[in-house]
Design a protein around this ligand. Structure first.
Ligand code: NDP
Ligand code: 8X3
Length: 254
């Protein structure tokens, strides 16, 4: 049966790969993000390749009024959202707490924590009305163990971990599934964003081992939505074979 999926941050990485996979499987997808050109391009590509309905919503998850306006603009049929993938997020900087930038801190907290809340606040009532739905939050291994210089990014992902648990408890009686996917390192635009566009530093993050890809994570997000109605993955921590947790990697020299 075709479902309606809303994905935040579908212009790159996990979100884009997830949009492709749901579209490939015949679902209607609401793709969102700040880069309107990428949204339009992806919408056109998915509609023509998979003959599915794609709706693009261009907004910044940090702007509560814009989030509210975007969701309110959805035609009634599109408001029947079956799956919300709270994916939009970022790391900005990798500095010791004593020299971190306020601007980076605010960007991470406003996007990863407040943005996730703003979007959830608009979608949860629509799911409660139907007594069904599935919320999938992108946490991280960074939300399981803190690593050096990860401070605020880790804190924001610990918040996602706590919010996922809180949502799961509060939404139990409404028949809404809540899942956290907590990946380790995956090669997307994530590190380039973290290092403010420095590609050399970003590429170094993925050297000496085989990192996960956006498609790997999209596959798990998709899988979590294919379980029977009485099953819910609460928390799925996933890393490449070469990574044990936030801190321990097995990398080859070079
Ligand atoms: P990317 O940088 O490739 O994608 C991030 C997406 O988030 C983009 O589509 C971007 O869209 C969107 N986004 C960022 N800020 C905002 C904003 N203010 N408003 C709306 N959309 C926004 O990174 P990933 O795909 O790797 O990351 C996706 C999620 O997974 C994040 O939450 C990240 O923390 C998490 N994660 C990533 C891991 C990794 O190693 N890659 C591992 C564990 C978790 P746009 O810029 O167009 O707005
Ligand atoms: C992204 C993974 O290890 O860069 O959440 O924090 S890590």
């Amino acid at each position: 049966m075709s479902k309606i999926i809303l994905i935040t941050g579908a212009t790159s990485g996990f979100g884009e790969a997830t949009a492709r996979l749901f579209a490939k499987n015949g679902h209607s997808v609401i793709i969102t993000g700040r880069r309107a050109d990428r949204l339009e391009k992806l919408k056109a590509e998915l509609e023509s390749t998979y003959k599915v309905n794609i709706l693009a919503l261009n907004f910044d998850v940090r702007k509560q009024a814009d989030v509210q306006k975007a969701v309110a603009s959805l035609p009634a049929a599109w408001q029947q959202i079956d799956v919300l993938v709270n994916n939009a997020g970022l790391a900005s900087g990798l500095d010791p707490i004593q020299s971190g930038s306020l601007e980076d801190w605010e960007k991470m907290i406003d996007t990863n924590v407040k943005g996730l809340l703003y979007v959830s606040k608009e979608i949860i009532p629509l799911m409660i009305k139907r007594n069904q739905g599935h919320i999938i939050n992108l946490g991280s291994t960074a939300g399981k163990e803190v690593y050096a210089n990860g401070n605020v990014y880790c804190a924001s992902k610990y918040a996602v971990d706590a919010l996922t648990k809180g949502m799961r408890i509060d939404l139990l009686k409404h028949g809404i599934k809540v899942t956290q996917i907590a990946p380790g390192a995956a090669n997307t635009e994530f590190a380039t964003v973290r290092f403010h566009g420095d590609k050399e530093k970003a590429n170094a993050v993925y050297k000496g081992y085989q990192p996960m890809t956006a498609d790997d994570i999209a596959g798990l997000i998709y899988y979590s939505t294919t379980l029977p109605p009485h099953l819910c993955i609460n928390d799925l921590v996933v890393t490449s074979l070469a990574q044990a947790n936030s801190i321990y990697f097995h990398k080859t020299e070079n």
